[in-house]
Unconditional design. Structure first.
Length: 177
């Protein structure tokens, strides 16, 4: 599945072949990405990334979550996807990360907006949540720009690299918003 953002950017459903691009990006940006993404510490070789991708694409249909690579002019720039989808209550969470060299271009904001449209209109969900570590302002700015409502702080909501917990800001958007 491909979701077009504009003439240059698209979301492509994750495939095993994407493992190389994902690993190379993580491996070349460990310090930058590792500050907020706990999995960076455990991604030591390509096999780790392949195992992650397999865990996403080989999940049974009833528990399947949509995960996409973000590509600009066919170049891998990041990942975005749904997680923790609760079909009975029609809600999900969006997680995302973007390569450092593609920051501040609006790529992630546009990608999140399009994935929200997909969640609300194609999957017929009612609620989308985004959680961002306190202090991760580039990530926090995305739900703010897109009209998500701030719900509060989840104390020690995420375990970061170095076994330290961080509080996370919780934002949500409803289909009617």
């Amino acid at each position: 599945m491909i979701i077009r953002i504009d003439s240059n950017i698209e979301l492509r459903q994750l495939e095993l072949l994407d493992s190389v691009d994902i690993f190379n990006t993580i491996n070349s940006q460990r310090e930058y990405l590792g500050k907020w993404l706990p999995f960076v510490e455990f991604t030591k070789e390509i096999k780790d990334t392949e195992n992650f991708v397999k865990s996403v694409i080989n999940i049974p249909k009833d528990n399947f979550e949509f995960t996409f690579t973000i590509r600009r002019k066919n170049e891998f720039v990041g990942l975005i996807g749904l997680k923790g989808t609760d079909k009975a209550n029609k809600k999900t969470e969006i997680g995302y990360w973007l390569s450092e060299k593609f920051q501040k271009e609006g790529i992630m904001t546009e990608s999140v907006a399009k994935l929200c449209d997909f969640a609300f209109n194609d999957l017929r969900l009612n609620r989308v949540k985004i959680k961002c570590a306190v202090g991760n302002n580039p990530s926090i700015n995305i739900p703010k720009k897109l009209g998500f409502k701030f719900e509060g702080i989840e104390r020690d909501g995420e375990l970061l690299t170095g076994s330290r917990f961080t509080d996370v800001e919780v934002y949500s958007k409803l289909k009617k918003d």
